[in-house]
Design a protein around this ligand. Sequence first.
Ligand SMILES: O=C(O)CCC(=O)C(=O)O
Ligand SMILES: [Fe+2]
Length: 298
Amino acid sequence: MTLPIINCPVSAGEVFRFIKKEGYAIIKGLAPSNVIKAVAGQLEPFFGQTPNCEGYFWGFKTIRMGGIITKSSASHELITHPLILEIVQAVLGPYCSSFQLNLTQAIRIEPGEIKQPLHRDQEVFPYEHPGSECQINVMWALDDFTKENGATRIIPRSHLQKLDRDPPEDQIIPAEMPRGTALIYLGSLTHSGGGNRTTQPRTGLAISYSLGWLRQAENQFLAVPPEIARTLPEKLTSLIGYRIHEPNLGWYEGQDPKILLSGERPVTLPARDYIPRQITEKLKERQEKLLKLEKEAA
Ligand SMILES: O=C(O)CCC(=O)C(=O)O
Ligand SMILES: [Fe+2]
């Protein structure tokens, strides 16, 4: 069986409806081929220098590299792709005041690598399943993905089922897709990297997004410290986490951390509330009442 591929143009709403039902969507034609080529070209020298992974989950004949924002300027266009962000907002928006970048990871499955164990990406969070979605991933194919070279294997609709790490083989479908295509899948979808039985590597770029109040898998502030973030557009820096998440999460000295991108590092600042307006109004009313009572009692 092969999975259906959605062609552009397509609306975020259509993709969202498909993802809700199936747990994934494959979209072709989202990124211009020169962008994909530029990303692959910028990452190549790093692949040449990065040793293989060392782990039964991450593999032994696989190379993974993080910090993609600093390694590839061309990747910024993929990370902040408007249609992708609209889809992410539809999935995660109802559960957070803003979503964030969870990780950036280039994954090269080399010849001879075996299938990765089946998993859900959001297993890293001690979360009840089924629960609200907390993560959504995009795998950008930087090579053609085929069954033979290690295309990501997914179990359609498994986001609605109990996790089964040894399901019948016929339930697991390789997401075969041409270079430049994006496989989008929920953090609750059971999947894994495939084995590579060819003589050529399979390279993909995984970009994932999560609820703005969760810990990020890749420590974004170490991957992109303020002195680098300062040079990047706000659309990207707020995804990285240089933004407050209401109410009062992720602050620096009680302020929106984006102040660190101004070039200075102030250390004496007034702490401010970052809470939704309706709550501010309620708190104000309550505190004013209290103040009045205290004055009357004095
Ligand atoms: O490389 C792939 O196709 C998927 C990898 C994956 O699912 C993971 O590392 O979590
Ligand atoms: Fe995964």
